[in-house]
Write a protein that binds this ligand. Sequence first.
Ligand code: ASP
Ligand code: MG
Length: 412
Amino acid sequence: MPVLVMKFGGTSVATLDRIKRAAKRVGVEVAKGYDVIVIVSAMSGKTNELVGWVNETSPLYDAREYDAVVSSGENVTAGLMALTMQEMDVPARSWQGWQVPLKTTSAHGAARIEEIPPDNINAKFGEGMRVAVVAGFQGVSPEGRITTLGRGGSDTTAVAFAAAFDAERCDIYTDVDGVYTTDPRVAPKARKLEKIAFEEMLELASLGAKVLQTRSVELAMRYNVRLRVLSSFEEQSDNAGTLVCAEEEIVENNVVSGVAYSRDEAKMTLISVADRPGIAANIFTALSEGGVLVDMIVQNISEEGRTDMTFSCPTDQVARAEAAMAKAKEDGIVNFAELIADVEVAKVSVVGIGMRSHTGVAAKMFQCLSADGINIKVITTSEIKISVLIERKYMELAVQALHDAFELDKAA
Ligand code: ASP
Ligand code: MG
């Protein structure tokens, strides 16, 4: 029988009533003839509570015990969902990660999935089980200990199961009804997209559109898993939500598909570093060894063999960056006059696969920002994205203006 993966996020299983509502949706698909793998999150708020308990008990906790505690929220919802399905006379069974087994690396707290052998679950489907309810977010390490996949990881569990079982589709039920052209709280004219390409979704997810865990989109792209994001609070229909799929499936699309933003960025400028081979390598080696996540990088024009180097990082990593550069200076690895941190900046990006074949997107973006008197501090581009750093107080204005300029409120 064809397999469908259905994932229910924390708000969709927050109460027994909501679990019942989710179970009914699963029942509809079972009645259509699917064998269903249901992936559940913990009840909303539960994982935060468990993380809090761990921190309170042991601030410098042993990550193996962190995983033992925080993975438990999903065990509860998996069992309750299986019981609810059984009450509806649908043969169902719950599975914890180790029982499948969902094999991961031993990087506790941020483990990566290595393998999901489908045999155990398939054997049960063969015996008449129609629904396998799997606890999301968790797996088992080569040492046989419970691991977790990082916050939001049950999206990744769902996509990995869809790939391992060659599922027809992976439906992600959440508290929003799809993927929008931008954050509707920032730009009320934001429009729900019917379809979005994997690559665009990847850019939007990593730029802070918190609908899907970034790794789940990477995985979906690699294995060509069709993902549908939809709300569990709305009436069910076959074309509800947003389909995240391969580019080839999208016939009509705007040049720009979405505007993303990230509020907490910092612009760091190293004044007067030597302009000679190896210096950039030394700077960014020092930053990476200091655990700083560098995003944009710009090297300015040099004068008399000295240049300024600018990079961006999240605001909460400014102290790390400063410490790493101070150490590099002390060790004689990088010589610079000063490190200036501008922590009042935000990043705004336009994303769209249409940029590959259309010119003028950058010009339009910069004209739009200048018309509103917004100064651009740093620019970076990729094949399908243009990002700028601007003063943070203009972030909302910039998102709205760009949304208007690229007419994202209208479908292609
Ligand atoms: N419950 C976990 C979390 O809150 C995993 C998930 O829901 O995706 O991060
Ligand atoms: Mg989530």
